[in-house]
Ligand binder design. Structure first.
Ligand SMILES: [Zn+2]
Length: 238
């Protein structure tokens, strides 16, 4: 068997590996699994963001409650003083205290309004958080289940791929280094790197007609001749 024949056989085995690797990558279950994995990651980010928001809201709520308590205490103090006889030295002081009480009371009511909004918001937030969290858990469970099925499938696929690679290795035996090196170099630029001669004098890779001198060399010698147009190694099947 000539070197180019061996190389041609090697290319067949090589393309089997490439094809199967592509098939594995495009395997629908794998695609679904990757999508699901992204979904799980997105939902985890969302959940984390909501947890941070909730913590910040709780802090604001606590600050508002403290303010509310303070205002209540202020109002109570002034009211008590007003109720006492002789609580104030002058009518002016009493009037001032009354104004203060009114102001504090206005603030207190605004504060209560804010508080009730905050409580309502946090209830909404809590409901939404629960919903998202449940979705996240569901997606993660689905991912875990599918992953288990896929892992079994992947093991089978890997076994087949290894067999194809072993066949390729077998086909590489007895190919001289110079031939293999050239093949590998061209493989990086054109896939597949070898092309059969078609229609008498055309390169099967790019359909260009080959000059007569190239044709002559091709038929007579077992050496690497590349298509001038696409760079593939030309092969004549005997
Ligand atoms: Zn060509």
């Amino acid at each position: 068997m000539q070197q180019l024949d061996r190389l041609w056989n090697y290319q067949k085995a090589d393309m089997d590996v490439v094809r199967y690797e592509t098939e594995m990558r495009q395997f629908p279950m794998r695609q679904k699994l990757l999508k699901l994995r992204n979904l799980v990651a997105d939902q985890q980010t969302l959940v984390k963001g909501m947890e941070n928001d909730a913590a910040a809201a709780l802090e604001r709520l606590e600050a508002m409650r403290a303010l509310h308590e303070k205002l209540q205490a202020q109002c109570a103090e002034v009211s008590e003083k007003l109720a006492q006889e002789g609580g104030f030295e002058s009518a002016q002081q009493a009037r001032k205290a009354l104004t203060q009480l009114q102001e504090s009371d206005t603030k207190l009511r605004a504060c209560e309004k804010d508080l009730s909004h905050m409580v309502r918001d946090s209830q909404h937030m809590g409901a939404r958080y629960k919903e998202i969290r449940q979705k996240a858990i569901k997606a993660r469970d689905e991912y875990t289940k599918l992953k288990a099925v896929y892992d079994v499938e992947f093991a089978k696929q890997s076994e087949k791929l290894n067999a194809l690679k072993a066949a390729r290795e077998e086909a590489a035996k007895d190919i001289e280094a110079a031939y293999m090196d050239r093949y590998t170099a061209i493989r990086g630029q054109a896939m597949p790197p070898m092309a059969k001669l078609v229609n008498g004098d055309q390169c099967g890779g790019c359909n260009m007609s080959l000059p007569a001198v190239v044709m002559q060399n091709l038929r007579s010698k077992d050496r690497i001749i590349e298509c001038e147009n696409c760079g593939r190694i030309l092969y004549v099947e005997n």
